[in-house]
Design a protein around this ligand. Structure first.
Ligand code: HEM
Length: 241
């Protein structure tokens, strides 16, 4: 029978190895995270949902007529997601961890609370997704894994197991980063029929693209996270033969 096992890690020092490539990667992640907070999250705090629906902003039209608790969950989700997305990259900055460990701990607490709040909001709004069952299960599984990986990262550091903490934080932020990858996949899938010379109409192209993103926005991120964890010699999951 195939099962997943957690292997033990090697020297934690390997995990912190810098280099130009990882600095470029980190800068890219931080800048794209901030861009999505500015471009996708902040507009929700500039006007009411019905006004935003009239201006065709994001998914405001899906939620403008939703029950108040769903609307409240949407706002809670956006605040939690935005805080987690913006603060997460700071936690992978080795200079901050070594020079100001207390700041790292405080940002870590803010980050994990934002993840918990964002995930509970995400779970509440997932049944209203315009992607139907795919949205419910795709975003629902993402929210559940967001909570579980955040909890595993926290409990690992309470046990002072730094390599496991780093590995779970990489998995957790890979899930947080779905807030960015969703918004990269969506326009690519929307435009794909044009590239393949197929007939194109916005509503059907959008529905088709949106049916893929509830899973596509996070599954490849998790695979990439596992590759990164293994490359850094941290405790990774392996499929035994
Ligand atoms: C990682 C776990 C996440 C889960 C489970 C999740 C879940 C969801 C769900 C279910 C929706 C409604 C989608 C629909 O109605 O079809 C949504 C919308 C939204 N989420 Fe998330 N999300 C996550 C991460 C984030 C992050 C990190 C951000 C940070 C910016 C974010 C910001 C938003 C925004 C702004 C919307 C409104 C839709 C839009 O205008 O694009 N989410 N999310």
């Amino acid at each position: 029978m195939t099962r997943l096992i957690e292997t033990s890690g090697t020297a934690p020092a390997v995990a912190g190895r810098g280099g130009a490539r990882s600095r470029i990667g980190w800068t890219f992640v931080q800048l794209t995270a901030l861009a999505i907070v500015a471009y996708s999250a902040s507009p929700y705090f500039t006007a009411s949902l019905s006004d935003l629906a009239g201006q065709d902003v994001g998914l405001a039209s899906t939620y403008a007529a939703a029950p108040p608790f769903v609307q409240a969950a949407l706002y809670v989700h956006i605040v939690g997601g935005a805080v987690a997305l913006a603060t997460g990259p700071l936690q992978f900055w080795r200079g901050l961890r070594s020079r100001a460990p207390r700041v790292h701990r405080w940002i870590g607490r803010v980050y994990l609370i934002a993840v918990a709040v964002g995930a509970l909001g995400g779970l509440t709004i997932a049944p209203s997704s315009s992607a139907g069952y795919v949205g419910l299960f795709g975003f629902g599984a993402l929210a559940a894994l967001w909570l579980v990986t955040g909890w595993r990262a926290y409990s690992a550091i309470r046990r002072r197991d730094v390599p496991s903490h780093q590995a779970w934080m990489i998995r957790n932020y890979a899930l947080t980063y779905s807030g960015v990858t969703l918004r990269i996949w969506l326009p690519l899938l929307l435009m794909a029929p044009l590239v393949f010379g197929q007939p194109w109409e916005f509503d059907s192209a959008f529905a088709n693209a949106y049916a893929a993103v509830p899973f596509l926005c996070w599954l490849p991120n998790l695979v990439f996270a596992e590759w990164l964890i293994r490359r850094r010699g941290l405790p990774s999951y392996r499929l035994p033969a």
